[in-house]
Design a protein around this ligand. Structure first.
Ligand code: NAD
Length: 258
């Protein structure tokens, strides 16, 4: 519901954008949560979009779980190699740039929390971000290295996947797979930012992946205004004061410009 008591969920009109732009300009603390939709206009497919979503063509249990990797390491490695190449080819879109510009203009105001594993926020110039689901460009060992000074995965013997020449430990991508813990401290930091913000802006997430999906409720329960930007319905729309049905690269520049 917006402040008039009506739910704002159509394409954003100029007055709605202007009202939220003013709120963003006034807020002393803004928390932004981004999901796969944030990078869709950069050409990186989302997981769930019906037509292009990755899960419509692949089984998540096989490609994004430790069990799936152990069962078929070469297949999962190759799939990630393809996704990594896609991320390297992609460029930040106008939405990434608008967020980075807002953060630079108003130091200390914006905390960016991302579920994305690409580096487009960083390449847009966003210096600080809380990465909830890891970094697709990073390598790590599948099993803990038993040495006192752990071997560096970048020195693994080449292969699909690369492996330790001594013990055979496999290299895996540094992302959080289904059923895995989030990186140390990341969820705490995100929850603190959500609880402390005056305005929470949620961009391009289905709201289906937990615990990230709970951040909007944490913000709302703590008294923040909550705004969602998403061209489609999400599972957390009901938590928001307003939902702007538009895309990140179109709506964010309008909301965040000077
Ligand atoms: P999701 O794929 O489940 O949902 C994508 C959401 O983005 C949908 O709600 C869709 O309506 C919306 N969307 C599509 N195009 C958009 C646009 N142009 N602008 C704004 N919104 C748009 O993604 P999720 O909720 O982030 O959760 C799934 C998991 O996917 C996350 O854990 C994330 O790590 C992972 N993922 C990341 C990337 C990436 O790093 N770019 C890509 C795919 C998946």
């Amino acid at each position: 519901m917006d402040e008039s008591g009506a739910s704002a969920s159509g394409p954003p009109d100029a007055a709605t954008i202007a009202r939220w732009r003013a709120e963003l300009a006034r807020a002393a603390r803004v928390c932004v949560l981004t999901g796969a939709g944030m990078s869709a206009e950069s050409g990186i497919p989302t997981f769930r979009d019906a037509m292009s979503g990755l899960w419509s063509r692949f089984d998540p249990a096989e490609l994004a779980s430790e069990a799936g990797f152990r069962a078929n390491p070469a297949r999962v490695w190759d799939w990630y190699a393809e996704r990594r190449a896609g991320v390297r080819r992609a460029q930040p879109n106008a939405g990434h740039l608008a967020l980075a510009d807002f953060a630079a203009r108003r130091p200390g105001v914006l905390t960016l929390v991302t579920q994305n594993v690409d580096d487009l926020h960083q390449r847009a110039g966003q210096v600080d971000a809380i990465w909830l689901h890891g970094d697709i460009g990073a390598d790590r060992w599948l099993d803990r290295c038993p040495r006192r000074a752990p071997c560096d995965p970048s020195r693994a013997a080449p292969g699909r996947p690369p492996r330790c020449a001594d013990c055979g430990n496999l290299v895996r991508p540094g992302v959080v797979w289904f059923g895995e813990m989030l990186p140390d401290g990341a969820l705490d930091a995100a929850e603190r930012a959500a609880a402390a913000c005056e305005l929470m802006l949620v961009v391009g997430t289905s709201g289906a992946v937990w615990p990230a999906a709970g951040l909007a409720s944490i913000a709302r329960d703590a008294g923040a205004r909550v705004l969602i930007v998403n061209p489609q319905a999400s599972e957390i729309d009901a938590v928001a004061h307003a939902v702007l049905r538009g895309t990140a690269a179109v709506v964010l520049p309008a909301l965040l410009r000077r």
